[in-house]
Write a protein that binds this ligand. Sequence first.
Ligand code: FES
Ligand code: FES
Length: 271
Amino acid sequence: MSRDNDVPAFEGHKPQARRLAEKALEASRAGDGTTADELFAEAERLDPQAVADVLEEDLATARRGAAAQRTPTHSPDRPASSPEAAALGRNAAPGQGFHSWAARGSTGAPRTPPRHPTRLAIALEVNGQTHAITVDVRTTLLDALRDHLGLTGSKKGCALGQCGACTVLMDGKRVNACLTLAVMADSHPITTIEGLAEDGALHPVQQAFVEHDAFQCGYCTSGQIMSAVGLLTEGRGTSDAEIKEQMSGNLCRCGAYANIVDAIRAAKETV
Ligand code: FES
Ligand code: FES
């Protein structure tokens, strides 16, 4: 007789990853973000899908809890003569009132604030490839590209939206990846400097930068090129003045501005 049914299915690291993710959620709720991040990282290393499952379940539980707390206005829990009802008038006593009710509930027990996920599973579509990753909701698109996907062509200059070194295209439009949350980019096509060349041939803007010597140290260059591709795709750059205006969000500490304008003017003929 076969004993197949007696043998539990091998689940790999899934159970351990789930336990770690659940502990991470507890740490997160307790305000210990460092421990939570470490536990999530370890859990994701073992089984990213298990972490995504735990987060989904936690979110569903939070939604059910929030829905259950929405007491209708005619609820017998909140009769017209209750302190809460009085509070909705103008003569609520101190310690009573709508805010007191909202904070403690009709039973007097403290309400549990709705929980929000600290990490989310997202799909980043970068240069034509979809990457399923789980990120802290505070992760910027720039950090997701560089640290999660290993695409280090986009540079972090200021992380404040002031230098343009992190420029990428999202839905074909220029964005500062340091000011864009990774969760905002979920399912929006992203193009980075790594995705411009096709079949081993440089994009015309890349080629023009090489031919016009439009860089020195190169740190700003990927952002300059992505911004230039964006402006030309938008049909801008009809004059040197407009090129300078449209590229004003991209700084170059080496001062290669004159050659950058030359390169974009030249590339405009071929894009
Ligand atoms: S790193 Fe994003 S604008 Fe400077
Ligand atoms: S080439 Fe060095 S910062 Fe622009």
